[in-house]
Design a protein around this ligand. Structure first.
Ligand SMILES: Nc1ncnc2c1ncn2[C@@H]1O[C@H](COP(=O)(O)OP(=O)(O)OP(=O)(O)O)[C@@H](O)[C@H]1O
Length: 435
């Protein structure tokens, strides 16, 4: 019997990369808003009320201090999701909203602007409450509040996160609270620092990440139940599985709903090849043979496990090639630095595992090497991941090249499955690269 291709190596899926880390990484490496060309889908609670969307920030009649903050951040016009979400969030009377769009489309900036707009700075108590899944994500959102509110210094922000020790019963004067569910709950119930009845705007950010963390779902619902009837409820998520949807409906009564689909990727402009090899070492040799060609552009090399990625990076370095390695062992800041160097073109080749690279768009990558073919956690072909690795959206619709390394009967079968699945778009071409 053939030995299973990845036997002995722990699958990187097993290494359990959590969604919060991925989300934080995405925020750290983001340089710009993702401008999606897909249509926004809007479902209004009251279908008879007119549907407003805005093309400029001026149309929103923001406070001048906030408009100044928005422009200072370099925003010239609302992003696609903001065009629809902002008028709804700023409407009077307040409207509830569930909004879903991929990471980087401008959701955070939208709800931050809504919170800052609704605050009454003359009142010295918490009026807006935003919960985030982790300490680090809360700090990131806090930074956006601080930046956008730069010219509105009367509005103050407090962080309800671990490590921020507070005495029981002290009254908090800050108008905006950003925190994690556990600490926020403590501040409301145990320490009585926040009077939930005085909250006007409640934001639940990253709902999909939130429910992936044990206990956060219940804590969020407990917080929500303490809020007054007229409180505006806003919920944001990058993805919308059924579980997120069910949670959203419990947290946000009578919602308006905005969805912006991810742009679809295609394989139309990608030339796909495969290389027949006998072993990992053989694949390495094949890779060395094409190394000169792939470094004309920028390339990403995908391995199934951290162990293989480390090994490959070591081997290529020994050969004198300069490669960057993105590994799950690195802390998130280190990973962000690696991605940034690659984006800036300081490194030509990036070796990574699937989990590490999830959600990262590097526009200029035109060569993708599947040192190991993508597999799901049960070891079966994973069409979606194959498409994500290789495919291009309309936005980045440049030509590309993909090379799949095949080193066993099993991996050949997997390749054939991809070929069948995507048969409308391409046929694999066999190339011999070994000397
Ligand atoms: N209207 C805009 N014009 C230009 N840049 C913008 C605009 N809105 C947001 N941005 C920038 O785009 C990036 C992504 O925005 P934001 O963080 O709000 O997206 P997001 O959808 O909340 O992402 P995530 O799901 O990761 O939290 C940020 O760097 C932000 O400063």
């Amino acid at each position: 019997m053939k030995v299973f291709l990845y036997n002995g190596d722990k699958s990187d899926e097993e290494e359990k990369e959590d969604r919060a880390t991925q989300s934080l990484l995405n925020k750290l490496i983001r340089s710009n808003v993702v401008n999606n060309t897909n249509q926004v889908e809007v479902l209004q609670r009251d279908p008879n009320s007119p549907l407003y969307s805005v093309k400029t920030f001026e149309e929103l009649r923001l406070k001048p201090q906030l408009l100044k903050g928005v422009y200072e951040m370099g925003f010239n016009r609302p992003s696609k999701i903001q065009e629809n979400a902002l008028p709804m969030m700023l409407a009077e009377p307040p409207q509830n909203l569930i909004a879903q769009s991929q990471s980087g489309t401008g959701k955070t900036a939208a709800f931050v602007l809504a919170m800052l707009s609704h605050v009454d700075p003359s009142l010295k108590w918490p009026q807006c409450l935003c919960i985030s899944p982790t300490y680090e994500l809360a700090l990131q959102t806090g930074k956006v509040i601080e930046q956008m509110g730069k010219f509105y210094p009367e509005v103050k922000l407090a962080y309800a996160v671990r490590g921020h020790k507070m005495e029981r019963g002290v009254k908090i004067k800050e108008q905006i609270i950003i925190g994690t569910p556990g600490t926020v709950l403590d501040w409301c119930i145990k320490l009585k620092l926040i009077d939930p009845k005085k909250i006007k705007v409640f934001v639940l950010d990253e709902a999909d990440v939130m429910i992936a963390t044990q206990g956060h779902q219940d804590q969020s619902i407990r917080i929500q139940r303490m809020l007054p009837k007229g409180c505006q409820m806003l919920l944001f998520s990058a993805t919308f599985e059924d579980s997120v949807w069910k949670f959203a409906e419990r947290v946000v009564p009578d919602p308006n709903i905005i969805k912006l689909k991810r742009e679809e990727e295609t394989l139309d402009t990608i030339k796909q090849y495969y290389v027949l090899c006998n072993s990992k070492e053989d694949k390495f040799n094949a890779l060395c043979n094409i190394y000169g060609a792939i470094t004309i552009a920028q390339a990403m090399i995908f391995c199934h496990t951290r162990k293989t990625a480390n090994w490959l990076a070591g081997q290529l370095s020994k050969e004198g090639h300069q490669v960057a390695l993105l590994s799950g062992e690195m802390v998130v800041e280190q990973r962000a630095a690696v991605i940034e160097r690659f984006r800036d073109g300081k490194e030509k080749v990036l070796i990574t595992t699937n989990v590490c690279a999830r959600g990262i768009d590097v526009e200029q990558v035109s060569v993708v090497i599947n040192f190991d073919l993508p597999l799901d956690k049960d070891g079966n072909p994973d069409n979606e991941t194959y498409l994500h690795r290789i495919g291009r959206t309309g936005r980045f619709g440049k030509r590309g090249l993909a090379v799949n390394m095949v080193d066993s009967q099993r991996s050949m079968e997997i390749l054939k499955t991809y070929e069948r699945h995507f048969s409308k778009c391409f046929f694999f071409t066999l190339v011999y690269l070994n000397s």
